[in-house]
Each structure stands twice: as structure tokens, then as C-alpha cells.
Design a protein around this ligand. Sequence first.
Ligand code: ZN
Length: 452
Amino acid sequence: MNALFLRQGSEKQEFIPLDPQHVKLYACGPTVYGLIHLGNARAAVVCDVLYRLLKEMFPAVTYVRNLTDLDDKITRVSSQRGISALQLTQEMIDRFHQDIQVLGVLSPDHEPFATEHIPDMIHIIQILLDKGFAYQAQGHVLFEVSKYSDYGQLSGVSLDQMMAGARVEVAPYKRSPYDFVLWKPGQEGQEVWPSPFGPGRPGWHIECSAMSQKYLGDVFDIHAGGMDLLFPHHENERAQNCTALGVQEFVRYWVHNGMLVINGQKMSKSLGNVVTLYDALTLFPACVIRWALLSTHYRQTLDWTDTLLQQTEVCVKEVASVLEPFSQIPAQGDVDPEVMTFLKDDLNTPLALGRLYQWANALRSESFQKQEKEIPSLKRTCEFLLGSVPTLRLLQVLSEEEIEMHLSKRRAAREAKDYDLSDQIRDYLLQNHVIVSDTKEKTSWHYEKILK
Ligand SMILES: [Zn+2]
């Protein structure tokens, strides 16, 4: 299979980019008010595989993943913690970058901040007002859903379902409960920006509309994100862009990844079962986490269980043990064609991982010459799928990047005078054979000698 196929609705469609020389991809990034959870990590890893695949297949790819650093949740958490919104978002952006880098997720080509694109959002809102798709009321600007007859086509959610599911907010300033916010007045203590519609803050959906359009143009190839964003976020983005631009579609292909559940249960704060990526990384090596995140097809629900992780760890160890005698040989050459074929079929990562595993195991009984010949490509395929080449040492001890991640968390704890947490992290590192020593000037670390 040479072409890439992506499932759109009920059928797989061949992916034909607008410009075969340059593919354009947008993904909704995190709202940076806390550490990302495994559901966010799944979205990032799925998009990373897609990005790597596109880079392999096309001469140029531009990948944009925004950062939502402007949200009421940010105001709430920063005031709870007694720090500014800017301090909170900077801390969480650093933590987000550290955590997903450990997972081998490549950086996007552009990572725009919402707060740096307010004029672009105001520009689109003004067009929507001028064209009669939006109206002003009590300091708000609202998108008038009834003016856009295509509303609901992307998600398949009807207006009746919206009402029944109470997924719309009734407010006195709205002409209809379905109408959604483009601009709103700030609440007490919130930063506001000047605009022709009065000082205020943008709605969430207009952020992505403005940033995708700015970096990728009016119509672009692929928009990715979690299934939970399909309605209302992507439905509203589509309403905004298509009406402002006067186009039928602004995105040619959508890639929505399914949810991640913990032991069959939806992750939620009220159940107390939210697992952050950081927490998962303290229990299992990054390549095991990444393999497990890709072990279920991206459109299906992924059930995160201890059994899944234990089985995955066995698989990763077996691949690592085949590679172990060849640590000096670099990753080189082409990604395995069978793996490519599976990925081109709507990103079938479970079959691609299965092929990787079987290939490595089959090599175990081959001659040394054959092994030596195939190892560079096997390693290259590992890098491609897993973000790194698994080694037995990495599976036994923490990687340098992981250690730096723990140490930065410890530094933050010490700065906040949370010495209990700081000691817990030092003890955790010690259990994992990493010795931390503090002097007045700096903190250094080394692996426990026995494992060197
Ligand atoms: Zn978005």
C-alpha cells in the first residue's frame, strides 16, 4: 500500500494533500493549568506517529500544536496556588514539554500561544460580526448557530441532542442556548484585552481557529485531537472558520483519537482515578508507556490496566534483548516496509507493533551476519514507532531525561519549601539506583555503581 488511508466517518479515504509537496497538520494542544494525564499523552503520541509517517511520505510537513494558556481553569488554579496566571502557565508548559519529550514525541514546527494571538482572534470575530454570523450582547460576542445551516454535520450531534445532554449553556444574553461565546467580559482578577467589542477575553474555540489559520492558511490537510474535542470544540471551530472564510470545509481530513479509560472506568477527578503522564513515568519506562499507548487502534477506547503494562513490558524487553549485543550499531536505513504498510492503513499501530515484535523475535534465531545486516533498520523502526531504541539498561534504570525530569520537580518542591516531597523524590531516585547529592551551589546525580 503506497498511499495513506484515513478513516473519515464510515469509510477509509485516500489521503490526498492540497499540495503534495507540503502537508499541513494541526493538533489541539493542552490547556496548561496542570500536568497532562494519560488521555492527553495518548493524543500527543498518536499525532506523533502521524507526523513521523507524513514526514516519511512527503517532502515537507508543517505541524502546528497550540498551547491554550488562556482559560478560566488557569485563573482558578493560579489563584488557588497564590501565583500569577503567567507563572502557572510557564511552569506547566515546561512540565508538559519535559514529560512528552521523555515519551519521544517530536516538537511541532510551530507551537503558538493563545495569548500571543488575540489580535488574530479579534480579526475573525469582526468578520463574523460583519457577515451577520455573530452578535453582541452584554459585553459578549456570540456565534449565532441558527445562521449556519451546516452546524452539527461534523460531529453528528443534533440540536435536540445538545439540549437533551445539557451540553449547552443557557444565559440571558444569548438569543438561543446553542449560541457559543466568541468574546466575553473578564471576571474579577482576570487579565483582559482591549477590542472593538469592549475589553474582554476570547472564547476557547476561536483560539484554535485563529492559530490554525495563521500558520496553515484558510484550508489545510489534517486536524487532529481527542474524540472529546469533536463536540463542541471542533464543531464550533468549523462553524467559525467556514463562515468567516466562506468555504465549505476548512479541514480536509479529521483524525480523532478515542478515549483512555483506567481499568474500564472513565478517568475523572470525582473517581480519583486520573493518572498523570508524570505518575505513569515514575512506574514504567517511557518506551513501555508509549508502546502501551499505541497498542490499541487510535479510534478505539484504550483500557489502561496493570496487565496491559506488564505484557507490554515483556514485549519491549524481548525487543531490547535482541538489540542488546548490537549497541554500537546506529539506527539507519528505511523504516520497515511492513510497518509502513500497517501505518498507512489508517494508522494501524497495533499491527505495526506486532510486526516489530515478530521481526525482532525472528531475528533471534538467525545468523549473526543476518542479524547485523537487519539491526540498523530494526533500530530505525523502533525509533520511528517508539520514539527511541529500547535497551535493557533503560528498562532497568531511569534514563537521563527521566532523571532530569524528577530533579526539576524536586527543585520546584525545594523552592516551595516542600521538603517532604523533595525527600520523597530523592528516595524514589535512590530506589531506582540513582544517587542524588546536594551542595550549596548545585545538585548532581550519578547511577549507583552496581548498574554501571
Ligand atoms: Zn483546538
